[in-house]
Design a protein around this ligand. Structure first.
Ligand code: SF4
Ligand code: FES
Length: 248
């Protein structure tokens, strides 16, 4: 198929940037979206032009690196997948496709479609972990009973890959879905209880400092999340936060 691509090009963080039109031809419907981008970049390199910078790593939906806004939606038009899992059969011959970076103040553009998501790393560092006793006298994990329901909910929350689609989709650029998933995956398990108060207070504080917006319950994040992270996690984090605040 032959396509017109309207791609955000931006030389660097200070550059104003803008949409540039490109044509690609003979694109197979079996190609992934990123393979189609590779074809375009090969074309540009052969012409002596600068290829389009975009983030990617695993190309199988697990690393959370690919972060494109395609035709006005984070990770494109299909639900439950990342950009690297999007296939060209979703589009048809003659289509025009708009490709932009994830946009949020806390995700500044580095170049073209690549944004800086290190704000997520700093939120993780503010509490998204558990401390483990490695003295050799560690309690056997199997001796801690965990209900099936909580184990499943913790696993569902841990499916978050930190891609940032929730932030890019939210009109407030709120990171609540991401942060609540990271808080929930521990708060549902006994191992997460020891640092529970510091975790939720620290991660929410860092989230605010990074300049993410507030949650107004629009639910757009849940719809666009490639891993189906539930809004219930936000409610759980709010409960954790209020009880941690009450403890002082
Ligand atoms: S909550 Fe979903 S959309 Fe947000 S970072 Fe995690 S996987 Fe991505
Ligand atoms: S490249 Fe890893 S999730 Fe897309």
């Amino acid at each position: 198929m032959n396509l017109t691509l309207k791609i955000w090009r931006q030389k660097g963080p200070q550059d104003k940037g803008g949409i540039v039109d490109y044509k690609v031809s003979d694109i197979s419907e079996h190609m992934s979206f990123l393979e189609m981008m590779d074809v375009l970049n090969e074309q540009l390199v052969n012409k002596g032009e600068e290829p389009v910078a975009f983030d990617h790593d695993c190309r199988e939906g697990i690393c959370g690196m690919c972060s494109m806004y395609i035709n006005g939606e984070a990770h494109g038009p299909n639900r439950g997948i990342t950009t690297c899992q999007l296939h060209m059969r979703t589009f048809k011959n003659g289509d025009t496709i708009y490709i932009e970076p994830f946009r949020a103040n806390a995700f500044p553009v580095i170049k073209d479609l690549v944004v800086d998501r290190s704000s997520f790393d700093r939120i993780q560092q503010a509490g998204g972990y558990i401390s483990v006793n490695t003295s050799g006298n560690t309690q056997d994990a199997n001796s801690l009973p965990i209900s099936k329901e909580n184990a499943d909910l913790a696993m569902d929350a841990a499916a978050c890959i930190g891609c940032g689609a929730c932030v890019a989709t939210c009109k407030n650029a709120s990171a609540m879905l991401f942060v609540s998933a990271k808080v929930s995956q521990f708060s549902l398990l006994p191992q997460g209880q020891v640092e529970a108060t510091d975790r939720v207070m620290g991660m929410v504080k860092q989230m605010d400092e990074e300049g993410f917006g507030n949650c107004t319950n629009t639910g757009a994040c849940e719809v666009e999340c490639p891993k189906g992270i539930s809004l219930d996690n936000i409610a759980r984090m709010n409960r954790e936060y209020f009880s941690a605040s009450a403890k002082g």
